[in-house]
Design a protein around this ligand. Structure first.
Ligand SMILES: *Cc1c(COP(=O)(O)O)cnc(C)c1O
Length: 437
């Protein structure tokens, strides 16, 4: 059956895989090989001129990794996908691919700490400008921040660590009115809770390290494209004008990415330029682990969303908690957007304000037993961390303020354990922390 006819829960287990093409192996095999034999001089010629698509070298493509790419593309309704070695590689390759050669990215204050810090340290040195707008809550004001060389709008659909929800439809409209794409980091939501392409996103990014893989065992990233954006609109000569000799036809004539890959020029260009030459390839083994994780994506996220609700209920009744930032916590300003974009739940990652001194926060973290104290999120295990000192510790206090990260922020990522055990663990740690002084 074609992918389009199958529902999400079938695709997550069977999408993009035909066992008959893999010695009838029921589980996707791990192709641990650096290179693939070319077979004959004629076939080599065909592969290198793209008249035949096939695997050549695992830095640019591998059959295990390819199933992962095509499966996630099916889950998100994407026309193309490329897997890379980490979520950071996915963010960087996607943004460089669109804004290289002096372009600018318009973005929000509400982003993953590594993304914010790379925007400050790396992008300007590669000639890519970053503009952080405060107008993301008023998309009608956003056009003021778009400059002639702005090449994309970039947001997280549900942000790290405070779960700010982006109004994707409104942002896509602003982007498209200005002939630029909307790029969405959908890591926290996963394709189970939200398909950004449905709301007009042109490029979708994942850190598959997080909830997509879900088992905290491998670093992985993905870039998807909708196939709907017009890369030939004159603003993106790298797709429509730049002639590339590695894309030559059988007569040796150089071609553009848009000519050779009209359905998915963006991900093919990431693959052939950034993955090939910056080289952050995903190992087939980690692609396999990610595929295994995706097989239970819906079941995991459903239970994590349920557990999250119970933990938020507990924290809302706790006098040592100053505030909770999750769209479905009391009086959260993003509730309406969350009801529209993530009706099945706004994920299992949120933050709360610890009412107490720094010493008490430390005591609380040191006394937690079940929650792992570390930087990952979206794991089957519940995790906890003091973001301003760790995941967002690269940011100065002013930058943290701009990103709405209070000094007493504690981030929780809720796993699959029994919620009563998790609540009891939090309770004993709050108790211990309050006894400290
Ligand atoms: C973790 C994360 C990243 C970076 O992904 P890695 O796989 O750790 O490189 C990017 N964006 C968001 C929202 C993240 O949470």
């Amino acid at each position: 059956m074609a992918n389009e006819e199958l529902k999400f829960d079938t695709l997550k287990i069977r999408g993009a895989y035909n066992s008959a093409e893999h010695n009838y192996a029921a589980s996707v095999p791990i192709y641990e090989t650096a290179a693939f034999d070319l077979g004959s001089a004629e076939r080599a010629g065909n592969l290198f001129s793209f008249s035949e698509l096939g695997f050549i070298y695992s830095r640019v493509g591998n059959p295990t990794t390819n199933v992962l790419e095509q499966r996630v593309a099916a889950l998100d309704g994407a026309a193309g996908a490329v897997a890379v070695g980490s979520g950071m590689a996915a963010v960087t390759y996607a943004l460089f691919n669109v804004a290289e050669n002096g372009g600018r990215i318009l973005t929000t204050p509400y982003l993953y700490g590594g993304t914010i810090d790379s925007f400050k340290k790396i992008y300007p040195k590669f000639g890519v400008g970053i503009d952080k707008s405060e107008n993301f809550h008023n998309p009608e004001e956003l056009p003021k921040d778009i400059k002639p060389d702005t090449k994309a709008i970039f947001v997280e659909s549900i942000s790290n660590p405070n779960a700010v929800v982006a109004d994707l439809e409104a942002l896509a409209k602003v982007a498209h009115d200005h002939d630029i794409p909307l790029i969405v980091d959908n890591t926290f939501a996963t394709p189970y809770l939200l398909n950004p392409i449905k709301y007009g996103a042109d490029i979708v990014i994942y850190s598959a390290t997080k909830a997509l893989g879900g088992h905290g065992n491998s670093i992985a990233g993905l870039i998807l494209e909708s196939g709907k954006f017009n890369w030939g609109n004159g603003k993106f000569p790298q797709f429509s004008e730049e002639l590339d000799y590695t894309l030559r036809d059988s007569e040796g004539k150089s071609r553009t990415f848009l000519e050779v890959f009209p359905e998915a020029p963006f991900t093919w260009r990431v693959r052939k330029n950034y993955l090939a030459y910056f080289g952050a390839a995903l190992s087939p083994f980690n692609a396999y682990l990610t595929l295994i994780g995706i097989e239970t994506l819906s079941e995991r996220i459903q239970k994590q969303v349920e557990n999250t609700k119970k933990i938020i209920d507990y924290l809302e009744d706790n006098d040592k908690v100053e505030w909770i930032k999750h769209p479905f916590a009391k009086d959260n300003p993003y509730k309406e957007l969350a009801e529209k974009y993530v009706p099945k739940g706004a994920g299992s990652i949120f933050s709360f304000g610890f009412k107490g001194t720094d010493e008490q926060i430390n005591k609380f973290l040191n006394t937690i037993k079940l929650f792992n104290y570390h930087t990952n999120v979206g794991d089957v295990r519940s995790l906890i961390i003091n973001s301003p000192k760790t995941t967002h510790g690269e940011l100065t206090r002013e930058e943290q303020e701009f990103s709405d990260i209070a000094p007493n922020t504690v981030r929780i990522s809720v796993g699959l354990e029994d919620p009563q055990d998790l609540i009891a663990d939090l309770d004993q740690a709050f108790e211990a922390a309050s006894k400290n002084n």
